[in-house]
Design a protein around this ligand. Structure first.
Ligand SMILES: Cc1ncc(COP(=O)(O)O)c(C=O)c1O
Length: 408
């Protein structure tokens, strides 16, 4: 990915389908002072003294966070995830939520399965923690459960324990795939049978239309199988660096009373960032309070904008390359129902050299998919992100992509 970033930086004038970044004009809505005022007023109205609010914002704070009550209420209303505030840890982005969750779930000898392809950040976190990672293929209908079971058995035979599976069921990065409801149920059953934790990473679910949401794994979880991670990066602003992890499971030990998994995650956070910036949390708290206390309401305009962008991108891909999913000698592509990303398969291998050629000669950038695979795969595929572009840029960018493909 370092080379990718270098190539993207080298061609600032190219139309870029590469970054998975939010649309910047929405940042103009963020008025930091009034948002902090909204948060402070709400805490004052709930009975905190001015001094206590000041301490909350400016002093070192609790490792679990200061807006857990607001996030718990939003998750209950928006997602049907019903957990108390102390089952949530507010983190420095979703990335820290993933890192800390992996740390706490994996004692030496425990390993992690990830869907393949997968978000690179989770693999990087596992590598940094020296956790062995096993890819589980996902062809678009969900993680291959037979492969998951085989990995579990191989690990057991080798005297290790497969502890968790990382999965992003709603419009995953990079595949854009959404796991069907029946596949979610099957995955939960398999996780129970194998005594696996499912780490459900959920940054993109909000991009679906409100009448087109599927229940998250956490909302379907009846047996404490799922740890759920989320972020305000896509639904609000990445610059706040505020994410969270929902870990309501009780963990028993021989030496003391049962502890919530969230409490163990917060203890691990003490060794990394102590607590997530209270000012950044208060900003996000203010945003939630200004949007009916709802993450869905906070993300509504962004989701509508993304759906508009995706519609333009998909229409242009049909125009240039024909209907999605057609196997054949030319270009094949997949139309996602939400999220940021569209996968396209080229007739040739898509590597950094081809990306450079695409940028230099045709003025269009994209992301090679091979970097998201652990075990090979995706060699001819590219990821297109439509999140941060204007409609005219998508129209022009897809025309350039078509010229590039036709010249291959
Ligand atoms: C699937 C996935 N998980 C986690 C993250 C990290 O989110 P954050 O910016 O909140 O750390 C990203 C960021 O793009 C992502 O795509």
């Amino acid at each position: 990915m370092t080379m990718l970033n270098e190539i993207v930086a080298e061609f600032p004038d190219a139309i870029s389908f590469a970054p998975g970044a939010p649309y910047e004009p929405f940042f103009a809505d963020i008025a930091v002072g009034p948002l902090l005022d909204t948060y402070v007023e709400a805490r004052r109205a709930a009975g905190l003294s001015e001094e206590a609010v000041r301490r909350q914002l400016f002093q070192y704070g609790p490792s679990k966070g200061i807006i857990n009550d607001l996030v718990a209420a939003a998750l209950r209303a928006d997602e049907g995830i019903d957990v108390p505030p102390d089952a949530i840890v507010m983190t420095v982005g979703c990335q820290e939520a993933l890192f800390l969750t992996l740390r706490v779930l994996h004692p030496p000898g425990a390993s992690l399965a990830v869907t393949d392809p997968s978000y690179v950040g989770v693999v990087a976190a596992a590598d940094a923690l020296d956790i062995a990672v096993h890819p589980v293929p996902d062809d678009g209908s969900g993680p291959d459960l037979a492969a998951l079971r085989a990995t579990w058995e191989r690990e057991r035979a080798a005297g290790r324990r497969l502890r968790a599976l990382y999965v992003s069921p709603d419009f995953a990065n990079p595949s854009g795939i959404r796991l069907p409801l029946a596949a979610r149920q099957r995955l939960l059953e398999t996780a129970s049978a194998l005594d696996l934790i499912l780490i459900e990473d959920n940054p993109y679910a909000f991009t679906a239309a409100s009448d087109d949401r599927l229940p998250s794994l956490k909302a379907l979880d009846r047996t404490g199988r799922v740890v759920h991670t989320g972020t305000f990066a896509k639904v609000a602003v990445p610059g706040a660096r505020v994410g969270y992890v929902v870990a309501d499971q009780w963990v028993t030990s021989r030496s003391g009373p049962p502890t919530r998994l969230a409490t163990m995650i917060a203890a691990a956070k003490n060794a990394v960032t102590l607590n997530t910036s209270p000012l950044a949390q208060a900003l996000i708290g203010g945003l939630l309070l200004q949007h009916e206390g709802s993450i869905a309401a906070l993300g509504r305009r962004k989701a509508a904008h993304l759906r508009g962008n995706r519609a333009v991108l998909l229409e242009r891909l049909v125009h240039h390359f024909g209907e999605p999913g057609q196997p054949g000698p030319g270009v094949r592509w997949w139309a996602p129902e939400g999220g940021y990303f569209v996968q396209v398969e080229l007739p040739v291998e898509a590597d950094d050299a081809l990306l450079r050629h695409s940028a230099q000669t045709f003025g269009v950038l994209w992301t090679p998919m091979r970097g998201f695979h652990l075990d090979g795969g995706g060699e001819r595929r590219i990821r297109l992100s439509c999140s941060s572009l204007e409609h005219e840029e998508i129209v022009e960018g897809t025309a350039r992509l078509a010229d590039f493909v036709n010249a291959l």
